[in-house]
Write a protein that binds this ligand. Structure first.
Ligand code: TGC
Ligand code: FAD
Length: 388
């Protein structure tokens, strides 16, 4: 069997079922064979998102924790492990899967009509159709409640106006789930990409998550039929319910990036000679490696605990905040420490460490910044909301 990570000192692997290990092993093997060989190129020149989405659809990871409509219906731990293995290649690949499965598909699956589900979910699970999720705006990120995008009624139709910003998969999406303010509060809308007035210009010149498509969504008098609205979501709890799903995936995912950095550093220090001795033989090196391993193992324990709670149906948003805050923060720290061990070689795309570190800067910010999750934990501890 493949352990959760190859230097599994505390036997974390023993916490997984046979099926969970199999799923992890399958995703890891596919990532190593079909994704890893191209990732530096994709980071430099852009992701062929359609082709990669189809490969991921074939692998069965798109919406894999959802039931029915062509989705695999795995447990939450398996989904987390798949996120970990994809992010071990690159956070951009896990982002594609998070946004497709946990945000766009989940919104339709949870809040949509039977017709919405039949129309979109099977194609999205197969990777034939790509989805995006538009919540953030240029002036409303951490505080989505201040969104300006609005939906007004015109007869039976809806008319949407506004701008969304930093939207993963935006310009390659076939369908956008767009959150807008209607008369009775925030509502979700299913917007097919070809709808007149809808456009999705790509955001370029990023220094992070370069193997991921990020876009603006412009909605200029976008006219939609009455049934474009997701009927079972009203208020901010709709989009925030989807965020819980995607944040959960990141709790595992970020550790994949950290593991890949640590594996790279371990092999590098074994080969590198400094001052006449192996870099691995120095105490300062070993302290870094030991500290990073301890943090990685603690992160995996936390992720598995949250996964079990989720599978029992009793995970809370505050618990997810603990996992997202800790695991992304520690993963970023590990990536940066590994970069130091690689010296100058660490700054190139020949090695994955600075690519992972740069990606994790985005992961620290999206799906709720580290400050937002700190305040969410603070609110749970004190009963006082310090957001505003
Ligand atoms: P607040 O008054 O606390 O809550 C408003 C309503 O929402 C409910 N709620 C939640 N429901 C489900 N899950 C959660 N985690 C929830 N948190 C709150 C709450 O019960 C209430 O419901 P109701 O029925 O009483 O109306 O809202 P607030 O305006 O004070 O804001 C709270 C805050 C700051 C925690 C929240 O707005 C927040 O989480 N902000 C961060 C926004 C964010 O994470 N955006 C992410 C955008 S998507 C993205 O980044 C994708 S990147 C993906 C990738 O590429 O991988
Ligand atoms: P701001 O909210 O302006 O925050 C700026 C700083 O202020 C941060 O440090 C923040 O923590 C801090 N801050 C905010 N509020 C407080 C407070 N109350 N107290 C103290 N400090 C505070 N969004 C989507 O909707 N869909 C997507 O698919 C998507 N994909 C993304 C992909 C990438 C690569 C990136 C980088 C972002 C993506 N986002 C997406 C947007 C992301 O969710 C937001 O960037 C994030 O929520 C933060 O919003 P902001 O950038 O406007 O920062």
């Amino acid at each position: 069997t493949t352990p959760v990570h190859p230097f599994d000192l505390i036997g974390l692997d023993g916490l997984l079922s046979e099926e969970e290990r199999e799923i992890q092993k399958t995703v890891r093997a596919m990532g190593d064979k079909e994704l890893r060989p191209h990732i530096a190129e994709w980071f430099e020149h852009g992701l062929p998102a359609r082709e990669v989405a189809r490969n991921l659809g074939e692998l069965g990871v798109l919406g894999m924790h959802l039931e029915g409509y062509g989705c695999a219906g795995t447990n939450a731990v398996s989904y987390g492990l798949a996120c970990l293995e994809l992010e071990a290649v690159d956070s951009g690949l896990r982002s594609l899967v998070s946004v497709q499965g946990s945000l766009a598909m989940y919104a339709i699956w949870k809040y949509g009509t039977e017709e919405h589900k039949q129309q979109w979910l099977p194609g999205m699970a197969a990777g034939e159709k790509i989805g995006c999720f538009g919540l953030t705006e240029p002036d409303a990120g951490s505080d989505p409640g201040s969104m300006r995008t609005n939906a007004r009624r015109d007869g039976d139709d809806w008319v949407l106006n506004g701008t969304k910003m930093w939207i993963t998969n935006g310009s390659v999406a076939d369908v956008a789930v767009v959150w807008a303010r209607a008369e009775d509060g925030v509502r979700g809308f299913v917007v097919p990409a070809g709808t007149p007035g809808f456009s999705a210009p790509e955001i370029t010149r990023k220094l992070s998550l370069r193997a991921s498509v990020t876009s603006e969504l412009v909605l200029d008098e976008v006219r939609l039929p009455a049934d474009a609205m997701l009927p079972h979501a009203r208020g901010l709890s709709g989009p925030l319910g989807c965020l819980n799903e995607a944040r959960y995936g990141i709790v595992f995912g970020a550790l994949g990036a950290a593991r890949d950095c640590l594996e790279t550093a371990l092999s590098y220090v074994a080969d590198r000679t400094v001052f006449g001795r192996s870099l691995a033989s120095y105490q300062l090196t070993q302290q870094k490696l030991a500290d990073m391993t301890v943090e990685l193992d603690k992160g995996i324990l936390l992720a598995l605990r949250l996964g079990r709670l989720k599978d029992e149906g009793r995970i809370t948003p505050e618990q997810i905040s603990v996992g997202k805050l800790n695991n992304v923060r520690e993963a970023l720290d590990i990536a940066r420490q590994c970069r130091t061990l690689l010296g100058a070689n660490g700054i190139t795309l020949e090695y994955p460490v600075l690519r992972h570190a740069n990606n994790l800067e985005s992961v620290l910010t999206y799906e709720g910044t580290s400050e937002v999750h700190t305040l969410a934990i603070g609110r749970a501890l004190t009963g006082e909301a310090a957001f505003r």
